[in-house]
Ligand binder design. Structure first.
Ligand SMILES: [Zn+2]
Length: 139
């Protein structure tokens, strides 16, 4: 059982009783190297990694074919929340996740409604492409 003060996971996932899951029981283990059980969980853990500034994890879960050579996070961005709208398999080992992410940068609220594609290889999910989260990028 989590300590009462355990910080809630940035991705906003709730447990079966509708209470926010702590980071250590949600995206934390994935950031530590555990494979994500689904594309949705990988999507959530990548959002959390953005919030926590975990560039290493973002690169590690980016498919080699589309991974940018360099990855830097927007300085001063404040992530406000993630809402996964839809998650469905598009093939035996491919999936698509539709989500809305909100953030604030330089005092301006930004809302991203995107679709991302994922592929599973050797039991691990990778982000392939679609729409990368980029808080602060002009729409
Ligand atoms: Zn999480």
């Amino acid at each position: 059982m989590a300590a009462p003060h355990a910080p809630a996971c940035p991705c906003g996932r709730n447990d079966a009783r509708g209470r926010p899951l702590p980071l250590a029981q949600c995206c934390g283990p994935l950031h530590g190297g555990e494979p994500a059980p689904s594309a949705e969980r990988l999507m959530r853990s990548r959002y959390s990694a953005f919030v926590l500034g975990d560039v290493h994890y973002l690169r590690a879960t980016w498919h080699a074919s589309t991974r940018p050579p360099e990855l830097s996070l927007e300085p001063g961005a404040r992530w406000l929340g993630l809402e996964v709208r839809r998650h469905h398999m598009t093939g035996a080992q491919t999936a698509e996740v539709e989500f809305v992410a909100r953030c604030r940068v330089a005092g301006r609220a930004v809302r991203q409604h995107e679709r991302s594609r994922f592929v599973q290889e050797d039991g691990r999910w990778f982000y392939v492409d679609g729409d990368a989260l980029s808080c602060g990028a002009a729409p």
